[in-house]
Structure formats: C-alpha cells, structure tokens
Ligand binder design. Structure first.
Ligand code: NAD
Ligand code: ZN
Length: 368
C-alpha cells in the first residue's frame, strides 16, 4: 500500500506492507540523489534486521555504512548525537548522501535530527521497526533529542524522503512494545474516525496478534490519519496537529512522574491519558459516558493499562501531576492545552479547562 504525505516539494510516500525490508533498495534508489547511505540503528534492531537491509542495498547497488547505537531512550542525547555526527563527518558524508533510520522512535528522532543538522541538512529515509514508529513517529518530520530540562525539547522539523513500514518486522517486537504502539492506533479512532474505532473493537486484537490483513489495515489507516493532519499543519502552528496530543497531556505528566523509567512506556501512559481525557470530557458534560466507557473497555480488553491501579507501588500526587502539565511544551500563556472529546471520533482542543476540575478528576482516579 502506498500513501502520500502532501507537502509540496517536501512531500513523500509511505509504503506499508510485508517484505519491504527485503526490497528496500529498490524503493530507496529512486529518492536518492547520490548512492551512498548511512544506516543508523540500535543494537537490538541491528541483531534482528540489519542484515536484511544490507542485503537489499547491495542488491540495488547502493553503497552503505552502518552505525549502531545502544538501544533505549538514552540514545536521544547530545552525547550520542555528537558521536553520531562525528562519525558521519569522519566518513566524509556529503550533502547528497542520505541517512536511513532503521529502528523505533528513538532511532528515528535521533537520526532525523542528525540528518537535519549535518552539513545543514541531508536527506533521510525512515524504516520504522516498532508499531509506535510505524503509525506515529516516522511520519511528520518531528526530530530531536532530550535535554536535562525535558523530553524532545531540542529538535527540528525535517521531513523524511520516504517511509518504509514493513509490517513483518513487528513479528520480533515484544508484545508490551506492540501494545504500547497500539495505544496510538486507538488514538486515531478516538480523534476523528469513529468507524475505525468500531473496527478496532472487533479486529484490533487480531492486528496485535499478527493477522497480516488486520495489522496492515490498522497501520495504513493510522498513517493516513497522521499524514492528513501533517499535511494540514506541518509545523504545529494552526492547531490541527495539536489534536494528535489526545491523551498526551495526562500521559506526559505520568511519564515525567515515573522519570521515563521502564515502569511506564509512552504508549501505556497515553492509554491511561486517553481514559483520563475521556473521563474529564464526561465530567465537563461534553461527552456521553458510554463513549468514555467504550474507550476504557477496549484498551483494557487488549491488555493496556487504563488507570493508576496499573502501578500499585507508587504514591501519586495530583499537585505534582498538575505541575508537570504546566511545564509542557504546549503551554501557552500559562494555559495547559487539553484535547477533549464530544464523543468517539470527535476530538477538539481546549485551552479553557479549569485546573480545579483536573485536580478533582486526578484525586478521584488515584483514590479509585
Ligand atoms: P524505541 O525506539 O526505544 O524502541 C523500543 C524498543 O524496541 C527498543 O529497545 C528497540 O531496540 C526495540 N525494537 C525496535 N524495533 C524492534 C523490532 N522490530 N523487534 C524487536 N525489538 C525492536 O521506542 P519507540 O516506542 O519506538 O519510540 C519511542 C520514542 O519515539 C520516544 O523517544 C518518543 O519521544 C518518540 N516519538 C516521536 C514522535 C515524533 O513525532 N517524532 C512521536 C511519538 C514518539
Ligand atoms: Zn504519543
């Protein structure tokens, strides 16, 4: 399946399907300006999938170097960025060369940022290998690293030239990572596609379990939603892109409170955050409680966390969570942005939520 991100001269294709890694060279060659590429990947993905990509590039006659980073969020740092750009320059990378990000969102964000700043910008191709990266982070051109002051605070918009989402590479992904990515899939249904949400209620588990047709439909539909939003609002200036933050205001606060440790994956935090956003919408009299219940029930049915009981050992403080929210990048004039629901498929952005209502909701949810 071939989708297009419509961004004029910066537009690009997203290919979704099985076996794309093995034929990557053929797809990449036409978008390259010079036939040397640098594969950026992590140790885990290198062990599982690097050889297949190298073979595909050799078959297409594309010269490459592979640069392997440690796996995990800590790779999104100044330290690893510097090491990576130093290596690229030591290999005498040229303007017309390209990077290939082979990995999850961490590798995509880091390699994309390295591509944005090395020689003031070289091309890059995304080959996302996690469900989260396939349905979310590989599309849209947000790249960057973390700072001591917070996640993703240093970065650039730099669109890839191509996205290759091979649905088969997900077969090696741990189930917990797969489920975390699935939370973002559910998000698209909640935002503006009630029909997709209904489909997920019946076929979502099949998509997770690896039914090829179901998995592909879930990924293609998600990429289509993301591509449409990015085309309307490339740099998050008009507000359309802000809808993609459904569940993320709460989710980021939970992640920050857990210090981004392995206790809570991003997608797990987003699952809990979507339930909170739906519950808040019900509390504010905006959303039918049946819709909030459907979201919670579906997330729980596939095995995602939906509330604070997921982390029984931890003591939560509503005030601290609110404090994390007020430090979010999206805060404007001190107002926290929330994505609320009028129902499933009817999300909207609000800057008007009374912090007292949020605090009451958090207090109840923590006590439950
Ligand atoms: P990740 O890149 O850390 O990957 C998760 C783990 O899975 C890693 O240990 C990795 O080595 C392993 N892995 C990757 N592919 C595998 C495979 N096919 N088989 C087995 N193991 C595999 O995490 P992620 O969830 O993909 O991405 C999270 C990052 O994405 C965060 O840093 C987040 O900020 C970023 N993000 C960016 C955007 C964006 O728009 N740029 C959007 C959402 C998230
Ligand atoms: Zn997310």
């Amino acid at each position: 399946e071939r989708l297009r991100v419509e961004l004029g001269a910066r537009g690009y294709d997203i290919l979704v399907g099985p076996g794309l890694l093995a034929t990557a060279g053929k797809h990449i060659a036409p978008v390259l300006r010079h036939e040397r590429v640098f594969i950026i990947t992590d140790e885990t993905v290198a062990r599982l999938h690097l050889e297949a990509l190298e073979r595909a590039l050799r078959e297409a006659g594309i010269a490459y170097e592979a640069l392997v980073l440690p796996a995990g969020e800590q790779a999104k740092s100044f330290e690893h960025l510097e090491r990576l750009t130093d290596k690229l320059l030591a290999f005498r990378i040229e303007r017309r060369d390209a990077l290939i990000a082979l990995g999850g969102g961490v590798i995509g964000d880091l390699a994309g940022f390295a591509a944005a700043i090395t020689l003031r910008g070289v091309d890059f191709v995304q080959i996302p290998t996690t469900l989260l990266a396939q349905v979310d982070s590989s599309v849209g051109g947000k790249t960057g690293i973390n700072s001591a002051h917070g996640k993703n605070l240093i970065g650039a918009f730099h669109q890839p030239r191509l996205v290759l989402a091979d649905t088969e590479v997900l077969d090696t992904l741990p189930r917990r990572e797969l489920l975390a990515g699935y939370a973002e899939v559910v998000k698209y249904g909640c935002i503006d596609d009630a029909e997709f949400f209904s489909w997920l209620e019946t076929r979502g588990l099949d998509a997770i379990e690896g039914d090829p047709a179901a998995r592909r439909h879930a990924i293609v539909t998600s990429c289509r939603r993301k591509a449409a939003v990015v085309a309307r609002d490339e740099t998050e200036s008009s507000g359309a892109r802000a809808l993609l933050n459904l569940g993320h205001t709460f989710g980021h606060a939970l992640e920050a409170e857990c210090k981004y440790g392995g206790e809570l994956l991003h997608g797990e935090a987003v699952a809990i955050g979507m339930v909170m956003a739906a519950d808040l919408s019900v509390e504010l009299g905006l959303c039918p409680s049946e819709d909030a219940a459907r979201i919670r029930n579906h997330l729980a049915a596939v095995g995602l966390p939906t509330g604070f009981e997921h982390m029984p050992g931890r003591v939560w403080s509503p005030a601290r969570l609110l404090d994390h929210m007020s430090r979010d990048k999206k805060v404007q004039d001190g107002r926290v942005t929330f994505v609320l629901l009028r129902g499933i498929g009817q999300a909207f952005v609000s800057h008007e939520v009374d912090p007292a209502a949020v605090e009451a909701l958090l207090t109840n949810a923590i006590a439950a």
